[in-house]
Ligand binder design. Structure first.
Ligand SMILES: C[S@@+](CC[C@H](N)C(=O)[O-])C[C@H]1O[C@@H](n2cnc3c(N)ncnc32)[C@H](O)[C@@H]1O
Length: 261
């Protein structure tokens, strides 16, 4: 049982916080997740099954590579799934990037970037900035580097991360993570490590699947899914404060935004 989010203390003018449970419908004010006007961003679950169990690790435990669930070794196994038009309809990647509104020169890390689905969009949104697309799977890292070269995205670089932290080459204004949190073996330790790579005023944005979803929803099985409240609790333990949350932007997922407490 996860606790209901307490009333939030809003210290920045652009933040509007609600007191409702993160599992209930509702949304913050439109700017709740946007950049604070300073120099500061599935599983690609394309189908209804998420594919858990198809690539080993069907027990949702550690898959022997430092994270939970199945592996994402070969990008060719996943690219159609992650980049499908069906996913785009509910994932709304452009709306997510627009909501986060990174500055043109922002430095952004896409943590668990997969095939670069969000990373390429962040690179387009921050043409004078730099995007680090981090993944733990060497195959994904190679794939993203090739994609950046093919698409002429000179501000996008792939980076091999570790299970316990991204080991970013330089601090970032925005650390973004979509559909990866529930795979982390020790999310608190992971985001304690991320905190050391955030620039002054830097944000962490997390998108993941709601705990309560219809049976035919895309994404991981219920046993793997985490409520927004559970993620907030872990992030607070890791030294962050919730500064924005979007509960209605996406059909199946929440978007949570944190800053260092
Ligand atoms: C479901 S995919 C999501 C890909 C991408 N974020 C998207 O939305 O399309 C999960 C990705 O997270 C990666 N991953 C899992 N654990 C990780 C970790 N500790 N650090 C970095 N990447 C990780 C996997 O290799 C995989 O590419």
């Amino acid at each position: 049982m996860h606790r209901v989010l307490p009333a939030l203390l809003c210290t920045a003018p652009l933040l509007a916080c609600s007191t409702q449970s993160s599992e209930a419908p509702g949304s913050d004010a439109p700017d709740a997740t946007a950049s604070h006007d300073r120099d500061d961003g599935g599983h690609g679950h394309g189908g209804a099954t998420h594919g858990h169990g198809h690539h080993g690790g069907g027990d949702h435990g550690d898959n022997g590579h430092g994270y939970k669930g199945h592996r994402f070794e070969d990008p060719q196994d996943w690219v159609d799934h992650f980049e499908s038009p069906e996913r785009e309809a509910w994932q709304k990647p452009d709306a997510v990037v627009a909501k986060l509104a990174p500055a043109r020169d922002a430095k952004i890390a896409d943590l668990g970037a997969g095939t670069g689905y969000f990373a390429v969009r962040f690179a387009a949104a921050a043409p004078a900035g730099q995007v680090f697309a981090v993944d733990i799977e060497p195959g994904m890292v190679e794939y993203i580097d090739a994609r950046a070269e093919r698409d002429g995205l000179t501000n996008l670089a792939a980076h091999l991360g570790q299970p316990d932290g991204p080991a970013l080459p330089e601090p970032v204004d925005l650390a973004f993570m979509c559909d990866v949190f529930h795979h982390l073996a020790d999310p608190q330790a992971y985001f304690e490590a991320v905190a050391g790579s955030l620039r002054e005023g830097g944000r962490v944005a997390i998108v993941d699947f709601r705990k309560q979803l219809p049976d035919d929803a895309p994404g991981p099985p219920e046993a793997m899914r985490m409520s927004a409240d559970a993620i907030v609790e872990i992030m607070e333990a890791a030294g962050y404060a919730l500064v924005g949350r979007e509960l209605e932007l996406l059909e199946y997922q929440y978007l949570l935004v944190f800053e260092r407490a």
